[in-house]
Design a protein around this ligand. Structure first.
Ligand SMILES: *[C@@H]1O[C@H](CO)[C@@H](O)[C@H](O)[C@H]1NC(C)=O
Ligand SMILES: *[C@@H]1O[C@H](CO)[C@@H](O)[C@H](O)[C@H]1NC(C)=O
Length: 218
């Protein structure tokens, strides 16, 4: 216990009691210049000062713990909200038969919605719009007559991401193909399937499909 603690006690709490109780004969200075009490009251006040100090330290640790607890609670809430965001869709091309060929690249609109949790896929435009930033998984399969080219490309905004392709062939009755990709998207990014110019797929019987899901938010 050093002199500053004693002073602390006197200044903060000591008031009249301390002034009355401690006088020059209460304390003496030993060889190491440490203050040593010679009266019970002085001893009590020194111990009281030490307790006060411990209490203040405990209070500050408690405040610290409360702050960390609040931060943790906020993080848990944030995680819960993220967990609650579900985005899953599957849609089939639909229609009566062959789709295409067209003489220009065309957005393939999958008109028959199978699943659309989160409503991020539009069966009017064929465009999926990411509702939140995150890692998404997309997959598409097609069935097509073999006499024409099949050329389907997954597009993010305006960029080509993955493609599935089959050459025109006279020997080949029909083709099945597809591809899949994990994509990191920002909120508002758009993903859709492009049917290449002069290519075609089969729409009827749910054979040509496009699916996606939010794997996790980032
Ligand atoms: C100082 O304290 C001692 C005992 O601790 C007491 O005998 C003495 O009267 C006190 N002196 C004054 C001036 O209060
Ligand atoms: C397939 O279609 C894309 C357009 O989406 C086009 O850029 C590409 O050249 C086509 N591939 C072939 C082999 O024709």
């Amino acid at each position: 216990m050093n002199f500053s603690i004693l002073l602390f006690v006197l200044l903060l709490n000591g008031s009249i009691l301390a002034q009355d109780a401690i006088n020059a004969t209460d304390i003496k200075i030993n060889r190491q210049t440490q203050l040593v009490c010679v009266s019970d009251m002085c001893d009590f006040l020194l111990k009281f000062g030490a307790m006060e100090e411990k209490l203040k330290a405990t209070e500050s640790r408690l405040e610290d713990s409360e702050t960390r607890l609040t931060n943790l609670e906020n993080q848990v809430l944030e995680l819960k909200n993220k967990e609650r965001t579900k985005v899953v869709f599957s849609a089939a091309a639909g229609g009566n038969g062959q789709i295409g060929p067209y003489n220009a690249n065309t957005v393939l609109i999958y008109r028959t919605v199978i699943t659309n949790i989160g409503s991020a896929y539009s069966h009017f435009t064929g465009i999926f719009t990411a509702p939140v930033a995150g890692i998404y998984y997309f997959t598409f399969f097609y069935h097509a007559g073999g006499l024409e080219t099949a050329n389907l490309t997954l597009i993010k905004n305006n960029q080509v991401v993955v493609n599935a392709y089959d050459h025109k062939s006279l020997q080949d009755g029909a083709d099945n193909g597809g591809n899949a990709v994990f994509l990191q998207l920002q909120e508002g990014d758009q993903v859709y399937m492009r049917l290449g110019a002069y290519s075609q797929v089969w729409g009827y019987n749910q054979r040509t499909t496009f699916s996606g899901l939010l794997v996790s938010q980032v």
